[in-house]
Write a protein that binds this ligand. Structure first.
Ligand SMILES: Nc1ncnc2c1ncn2[C@@H]1O[C@H](COP(=O)(O)OP(=O)(O)OP(=O)(O)O)[C@@H](O)[C@H]1O
Length: 312
């Protein structure tokens, strides 16, 4: 049987006074790791909080791991972890005490709570500092403590609300590495929000773009290039002579060449052997390859359009 979607929304609406935070949102998130992207106020946090049953939707249906967010609340608490965006840790408690307490609240016995706490604090790189009060931690350590508490009870799914928020470049790298490992190595499903596409491309399998509480785009995050897709090539010097010499090398690979309107060389497909042929020819002739890119619209174009209000 197929696994239920991590999160499934059907026409979900949520209003706060004059603000329509979720506006008929319909989406199904089935990937191991889904990134929620949207500008400030797009509805990312509201979606997470509604999915956890922390706030009730005004209309529509919302299921998390196939569970009803209201009726199955205890099961949701047991099987789902949540890392909130804003500071939520008691400054005078250690990371160890925070994690053990929350594990116990979520139903683990004392021994299991202590064992799981050691495991998760090790996984997020806090084992050395685990007995210090959280208030003495750097922001990066506090973020990792928030992540640890979300994982401590062994959830099947974690919702991470802007896990890289406020982190410096080194802290961001550490967090992205940990988040990626959750779904790839630890087999924990992830729904993570961010303002930054790069964060999502590095940690998730698909991106869901929210705009004004609605679904603006949903796309897989594909790694590497698609060899069956067209590419555009720009070289320095005599473009016509380069194309004439390249043709016989790539045509046997099924690649047709044609000039583009911008005066570059269009390639009908871009298998690795054809890209190697481009580089070999350029090296032989001492020609510079200034641009060799897929001609199809990239994820970034799609996402920027979707966030700005383009139709998908
Ligand atoms: N408890 C609340 N009371 C009033 N308005 C709220 C409340 N929670 C959210 N909102 C409003 O709902 C809209 C969506 O907010 P939400 O926090 O879900 O967006 P977001 O995409 O997570 O934004 P950000 O990236 O800034 O965190 C915003 O206009 C916000 O001000």
């Amino acid at each position: 049987m197929d696994e239920p979607a991590a999160l499934e929304c059907l026409d979900v609406g949520k209003r706060f006074g004059a603000v329509q935070a979720l506006d008929g949102l319909t989406v199904s998130m089935t990937a191991p790791a889904t990134g929620l992207l949207g500008a400030n106020g797009a509805g990312k946090s509201t979606l997470m909080r509604t999915a956890l049953g922390l706030t009730a939707p005004d209309r529509g249906t919302l299921r998390i791991l196939g569970l009803d967010t209201v009726r199955d609340r205890a099961e949701v608490r047991r099987r789902v972890g949540f890392m909130p965006e804003h500071p939520c840790l008691p400054n005078d408690m250690s990371a160890q005490d925070v994690c053990v307490s929350l594990a116990r609240l979520r139903g683990l016995g004392r021994r299991d709570a202590v064992r799981r706490t050691s495991e998760v604090l090790f996984a997020v790189g806090l084992e050395e500092e685990r007995r210090r009060p959280v208030g003495t931690y750097s922001l990066g350590m506090q973020q990792r403590t928030k992540l640890a508490q979300a994982l401590v009870h062994g959830p099947d799914l974690v919702l991470l609300d802007e896990p890289t928020s406020g982190l410096d470049p080194a802290g961001r790298e550490e967090m992205l590495t940990i988040v990626r490992r959750l779904s790839t190595e630890l087999r924990i499903r992830v729904v993570a929000s961010s303002h930054v596409l790069d964060d999502i491309e590095r940690t998730c399998d698909e991106v869901v773009v929210l705009r004004s509480g609605t679904l603006a785009a949903q796309r897989p995050v594909t790694v590497g290039h698609d060899p069956s897709g067209p590419a555009e090539l720009r070289v320095s010097g005599d473009v016509g002579a380069f194309a004439a010499a390249l043709g016989p090398r790539v045509e046997p690979l099924g690649v047709r060449l044609a000039p583009t309107p911008a005066g570059d060389i269009g390639m009908s497909s871009s298998p690795d052997a054809a890209l190697d042929a481009v580089r070999d020819l350029a090296a032989e002739r001492g020609v510079g390859v200034e641009r060799l890119v897929p001609a199809a619209r990239g994820l970034e174009d799609v996402v920027v359009d979707a966030m700005a209000g383009g139709t998908r």
